[in-house]
Structures are given as C-alpha cells and as structure tokens.
Design a protein around this ligand. Structure first.
Ligand SMILES: Nc1nc2c(ncn2[C@@H]2O[C@H](COP(=O)(O)OP(=O)(O)OP(=O)(O)O)[C@@H](O)[C@H]2O)c(=O)[nH]1
Length: 227
C-alpha cells in the first residue's frame, strides 16, 4: 500500500487534491481489471485459452533462448458427462472449480494453469524437465482421485487423464504441433483406461549428453510407473 502511494503520480501544480490524477488512477485500475478479465476463465479463475496461446508461444521462445525446457500437461476429466447427467450442471461446475483449486495448490507459482475448454485443462510448466513434469502430473492425478467434492454432504469422486511432454531447444515443432503431440498422449491415456498419466519414453526425450543433477534427483524420486 505504502509502495503504491509512493508510486502515485503527483499533481503538477501541487494542489492538495487533484481530480485529474484521481481519474488517471481510476482508469489505470480499470485497465488492470479488464486485462485480467480478458485473460481469465470466469468459472475457475484459471487463465483462459487466449492467455494459454500467448504464454505457450512466449515460453517456447524462452526455451530457444535459454535452453531451459518447457513442459506441458494436457488434463481431461474422465466421464465428466456422467457427472453432469447424474448430478446436474451446477455440480459439474463445482467439480471444475475444485480441480482448478487443486492445480493452484499443487503447482508452483511460476506454472501457468489454464482452462483449455470444457473439462480440459492445459498446464505450462516453465523451466521443467520431463521427469519433474511427470512427477507434478502424478501428484495432481493422485490428489484429484483422492480428494472428493462434497455434494449435499456426500463425497463425489472424479478422476483425470493426462498427457505430458517437454519442449526442448532442439525441438522444431510449432506451438500448435506441440499441443497436438501432448493431446495425443492425453488421448492415449483415455484409451488405455483413463485415470493415468502418459508421457514419451524418458530416454528418447533426454538431450544428447545432458543429464543434470536435478534431473537425476527427479528421476530417482519418480512415483510408480503409470500412476
Ligand atoms: N458443468 C459443466 N459441464 C461442462 C462445461 N463444459 C463442458 N462440459 C461438459 O463436459 C462433458 C464432456 O463430455 P465428453 O466430451 O463426452 O467427455 P467425458 O464424458 O468426460 O468422457 P471422456 O473424456 O471420454 O472420459 C459434456 O457433458 C459437456 O456438457 C462446463 O463449463 N460446465
């Protein structure tokens, strides 16, 4: 608050109160909230598809400049139509908000969780190698499966399927092609029985000759396969 006051523009004629400056500040606040509105999904408060597209382009560009990989998780709730059909659309909405809340709790502050559309979510994990992204997806899958939504004091359990992959400096895919690739992994997770995380083989995704200590630690800390 104090910082904001310090940054407040001063009245050019040093009047004790200045209508023009106040109007300018109100306009500034309005621009900030409009910007937020344009980039946010109104139901879940996660970022929307528009922000996802911009942020992914930006992170892939960063990967090319810094060689830090960008991971992407595509997540789709399983049999969500049944939730709507059985419990109604409002409860379906409650489930979407609940899952969004788990994402916000479990992901890092620098991660970018987005509602891709309907019951599908896209999570961008900047500077994240594949083993770490797989761990994050598995933690999320477990949390979704084990944390029910309470509906009229009864627990309602849902599960999610996920595809995970990583974009490296050597990748020459467009952002759209990268999303398609991860979406295909997600649909493999669906066809393999749902409630699982599918990813490319770790060996094939490792940049030649590059195994960081960080990556090794993450690799040894992996949960059980398929989970
Ligand atoms: N409540 C609610 N439902 C939504 C929303 N957006 C999409 N849906 C519903 O999500 C359901 C998606 O159903 P399907 O595409 O058949 O997928 P699914 O039942 O999850 O089946 P699988 O993905 O194959 O596991 C449909 O019933 C949509 O109406 C929303 O904002 N709120």
């Amino acid at each position: 608050m104090r910082e904001q006051e310090n940054k407040k523009p001063r009245c050019p004629v040093d009047a004790p109160s200045c209508e023009h400056i106040d109007n300018l500040l109100a306009l500034q606040d309005e621009v900030i909230s409009l910007k937020e509105l344009v980039l946010t999904d109104p139901l879940t408060r996660l970022f929307n598809f528009r922000h996802f597209s911009q942020a992914l382009e930006q992170e892939l560009e960063r990967t090319h400049r810094t060689a830090q990989p960008t991971a992407l998780i595509m997540l789709d709730l399983d049999h969500f139509k049944r939730v709507n059909d059985t419990w109604g659309h409002d409860v379906g909405n409650q489930v979407l908000c609940h899952v969004a809340g788990l994402m916000l709790t479990l992901l890092r502050k620098i991660d970018i969780p987005c509602r891709y559309g309907g019951e599908e979510f896209a999570l961008i994990l900047p500077g994240t190698p594949l083993p770490r992204a797989i761990n994050a997806a598995r933690r999320l899958r477990t949390a979704i499966k084990e944390t029910p939504v309470m509906v009229s004091e009864k627990p309602l359990y849902v599960t999610a399927s996920m595809g995970v992959s990583v974009y490296q400096r050597s990748s020459n895919l467009s952002a759209e092609a990268f999303v398609r690739q991860v979406d295909e992994l997600l649909y493999a997770a669906k066809s393999q029985g749902r409630n699982r995380v599918v990813h490319p083989d770790l060996e094939t995704m490792r940049p030649a000759g590059q195994v960081s200590a960080d990556e090794k630690a993450a690799l040894y800390g992996l949960d059980s396969p398929g989970g």
